[in-house]
Design a protein. Sequence first.
Length: 555
Amino acid sequence: MTSLKKSVVYAAGFTLLASMLGACGNNNTNNNNNGVSSASPAASGSAPASAGASQSASAGTDEKPITLTFFDKNTGDAFNNAVAQEITKRTGVTIEIQQPTGNPAEKLNLMLASSDLPDIVLMDRGGDIVNKYIAAGALIPLDDLIEKYGPDVKSMYGDMLNKTRYKDGKNYYLSNWYGFEKDEPNGGFNIRMDLLKELAPDKAEGGKPFTADEFEALLRSFKAKYPNVNGKPSVPLTMDGSNMGATLGTFKGMFGLKSYYEQDGKLQFDVTDPKYREMLLYMNKLYRDGLIDVDWAINKKESWLQKLSSGAVLASTGAYWDLGDANGALKKAGGVEKEFYAYKVVANGVDPSKTTYSPKSSLGWDAIGITKANKDPERTMKFINFLASEEGQYLLMWGIEGKDWDMKDGKHVPRPETLQGFKDDWSGFVKQTGIRKWTWFIKNGKGTDGTPYDLAGRYDRNEIDKMAIKNLADSVYDNDAYENLGPQGGTPEALTMQKVQDLMTQSVTKVIIAKSEADANATYDKMLADMKSAGSEKVEKVINDNYQERLSLWK
């Protein structure tokens, strides 16, 4: 999944420090969408000339052209490329993009406070902002609109509409990058292929996971054979210290840990799981034996990537597409075998099929809603229905038929120059063509003809993607029910939650870098005691109440 992928927010580390899964795609990167019918839109004699001569059955171009304002936190480009023009042609709707030059979250809060709202708004689905908008009445209920004007929304989203309901039972937004991708892992232990062929050749081609002892032995053999590389000390295993979620998520996956420790139907913070202690003690041993980068905790992303690019590192944690820049440099210097590939390591006593490297949520990354400022919600829903349909999805993600792709033997087939355009200059090609620029109402997976909705991210997989799928596809799990269960922002419990999280963040790092196993255990015990003193049990009660409410809502 390369830089196209949506930065995976790994559900690792501590409960509630990460929400999703998985999946993958946008900033929008790690995601796929469903297809569209190949038939050309039927002509509509009543459509105004400016709306175009063709019309999708779901687009609604028999009405006068309108302009809708759309706040999209992910883009600020003008809606004027080829795909945008085709959308307007088929729907009669022109979009005026609104996006701040500063912090999107600040802009969203400012718009809410001032009631200066766009017609459509796209925001992070996992945070408090969506609930703030709903509670303030800034988003309108969509249920009746979907029933009357959203047949494609109903068929494409299916049970997702049930899962994204608010506590009053109504839908106020539609998910973006939704749908569970069971065979699309996020990452694992990323290991240099050339060094692996030299030090553990039976593992290099993938398909055979490492045991914890085998992985430790690999790190030791690298350190022994290559104490220095290019005049600098070698690093068996490094990590991005600025992304603790990805770091801890990799080790959690190895031990089969999830977002919460569940006992008798009750959820507790993940660190209370006995396996979590076992995990940290394993990390501590690697650190004390000089097998983990001594500076891992202070590594920023840039310095982490520089270390990976230097050729002095054997392995790293995290989502495999996050290593894209380093892999590019290594490939340029020495070919594809110099790159890092994702492999599975299994802790002692853990079933390899029960590892949890890739928590993913089918609920999606973003929420897209119609605001109370919208003066034509019916027309807006018709527009949304078109974009959410297979036809709309293939237009957004593949481009224009006859120009960017063709229909052959009932299947969407990209033109070679389209695929090459993404390989040569991903960002430039997106900007130039509009393909995958407007990632709205995106569905993960494949269309009815079996081709992936996400042409750029899923159609022509590179060797790194293929290896990750081979080694880690069975480590993907659905994290829907665990997502976003924490206390509502601004409540006393939310403040307590922050204290507990801070304690976990500080203590876990201290456990990993402890000077002895005894010190590591003592620090871990103190963390659990301090969490309880800070009020962790009160927070867990809120989490469990929210959990049960969610399960009942999903029935």
